[in-house]
Ligand binder design. Structure first.
Ligand code: F3S
Length: 280
């Protein structure tokens, strides 16, 4: 059986950096309690391992309010500005593992909003990354993710606006929504802040899936980028299987195939990918 493993499978730069930050803190924390603000990545296996090392996952601001000391690690998705203020006011050590690409969006929207532009974020309003960006973009920021929402935007003519995107938003859809807003005669600045890591992973997955008899997509069932990856591969290769770990793989299904492709979502650790690659 010939196995092709996608080069872009697994952790992206931002996730890798955040996970490393957690383990580094475990090494040097000297008994201080370590918290992560939200699960550091969407992967049950990794979170289980972190919990076994005594790390506590804070679900949100209410739980943060109960914390009086220790170290809080901010995950790659980033957080609203007010969270940094809360940590500072309490004197809690903050380890900021916000992905630099997300941090760049925070800086852009803060600057643009200060210079008088209304911010439009193209992304999923309930995703933590977008919630974080909103927290830097001022109270009047608008979030849209569909054509209908883009059409409904109604601001005075010549209004100054700045458009940014959630890092994992679909590129074609972003362009489509920007075009709709462009027709409205505003004074527009568009900054395409989509991260290339997601696109590269999807393009490579599609290319491999088109070429193999069966395709395996590895990732946590709650990971939205893995779900998207699965959809893309399934469209290109009918025999596509979504697994969380090797345990989920029904090897009987691969009995008569000669070529297998493997890819994995941005929050899938290397050891899980390798285990599948070796035992498939
Ligand atoms: Fe950062 Fe892109 Fe990953 S924004 S967290 S490197 S998908």
């Amino acid at each position: 059986m010939k196995i092709t493993l996608a080069q872009t499978a697994g952790f992206c730069f931002g996730v890798e950096r955040a996970v490393e930050a957690v383990y580094e803190e475990v090494e040097k924390s000297e008994g201080q309690q370590i918290y992560t603000y939200g699960p550091i990545i969407h992967n049950e296996e990794v979170i289980k391992d972190m919990r076994s090392k005594g790390i506590i996952v804070l679900k949100g601001e209410e739980e943060l309010a109960q914390v009086e000391s220790g170290i809080v690690i901010i995950r790659s998705h980033g957080v609203p500005k007010r969270i940094y203020k809360k940590l500072e006011n309490k004197g809690i050590t903050c380890v900021d593992a916000t992905c630099p690409f997300v941090k760049k969006i925070h800086n852009i929207v803060e600057e643009q909003q200060k210079s008088g532009r209304k911010i439009i974020i193209i992304g999923n309003s309930t995703h933590p990354e977008v919630e974080g960006i909103i927290g830097w973009a001022g109270d009047e920021a608008i979030v849209i993710s569909s054509k209908e929402e883009a059409m409904q935007i109604s601001l005075p003519e010549n209004e100054k606006i700045c458009i940014v995107a959630q890092t994992t938003f679909n590129y074609n859809k972003f362009e489509e929504l920007v075009e709709i807003i462009r027709e409205k005669r505003y004074d527009i600045i568009v900054l395409n802040t989509i991260c290339s890591a997601t696109r590269a992973r999807q393009t490579e997955a599609k290319r491999i899936a088109e070429d193999v008899d069966a395709m395996i997509v590895i990732g946590d069932k709650h990971s939205s980028n893995t779900q998207k990856l699965f959809e893309i591969c399934k469209n290109a290769c009918e025999n596509t299987y979504y697994i969380q770990t090797l345990k989920d793989l029904d090897k009987k299904l691969l009995k008569s195939v000669t070529t297998v492709g493997i890819t994995a979502g941005a929050s899938t650790p290397k050891n899980i990918i390798e285990e599948v690659q070796i035992n498939v």
